[in-house]
Design a binder for this molecule. Structure first.
Ligand SMILES: [Zn+2]
Length: 224
């Protein structure tokens, strides 16, 4: 006679990507504590939540994940099914999450074991980064040093119809773009030609400018 187990969510970490091996262990890459944002709404952020759960029942257990901000209501993010491991030494589950942030500051990620009172609420912070502007000196350096990229491209998909777009950010003026490549619009919004969905791209533009700025700062300091 076995008693019905009462699951407990013991903790979580967030990381950029993760994969689960046959031994049940999860390899995480890029564990982070804050989302950095250059504009709102942000681009859709994808990340992984790695949860430790004890005392799972023998039946399949469903975990749901949601997010909330301030007094706002919860937005459902994902559900995942988990089976108890062979050896009941605790279970690790990798739940992929996706969300577009509308606000800076603390958000709460809620994990709930369905049909149970087991839950965990984890704060995660969204930090606004200043818009990456370039000094005259930095722009001059970029003109003179072709080994440091002054432009970057990003392929993005329409989140509604999956139409692909290639966007390029160049910090030097008068740059001719290759065919099919779009500049970032001043409005920060692109309307998908196929389905009319609005894509918010100013946050991505900020990320690209930030990585160009970091590369030029490092090169000017004598790094590689
Ligand atoms: Zn579309």
């Amino acid at each position: 006679m076995s008693k019905k187990a009462i699951p407990q969510i013991a903790g979580t970490i967030f990381c950029n990507s993760a994969s689960q091996g046959n031994d049940g262990k999860v390899n995480c890459r890029g564990v982070f504590t804050s989302f950095l944002a250059w504009a709102y709404p942000t681009s859709i952020r994808s990340w992984n939540a790695i949860l430790t759960i004890y005392d799972l029942d023998e039946a399949t257990t469903t975990i749901s994940a949601a997010i909330s901000y301030g007094q706002g209501k919860e937005t459902k993010l994902a559900t995942a099914n988990i089976q108890r491991g062979k050896f009941d030494i605790g279970n690790v589950i990798n739940i992929p999450l996706r969300y577009r942030f509308e606000n800076e500051g603390f958000h709460l990620v809620h994990f709930t074991v369905e049909d149970s009172i087991a839950s965990l609420r984890v704060p995660v912070k969204v930090t606004t980064k200043p818009w990456p502007n370039f000094t005259k000196k930095q722009l001059q350096f970029l003109k003179e040093n072709s080994s440091v990229p002054h432009s970057l491209r990003m392929n993005i998909l329409c989140s509604k119809c999956s139409r692909p777009f290639t966007l390029e950010e160049s910090v030097l003026p008068d740059e001719k773009l290759a065919g099919g490549v779009l500049p970032f619009p001043h409005t920060g919004e692109i309307e998908c030609e196929s389905c009319g969905h609005i894509l918010y791209v100013r946050d991505i533009q900020g990320q690209l400018r930030d990585s160009i700025k970091n590369a030029v700062s490092e090169s000017m300091r004598g790094g590689k």
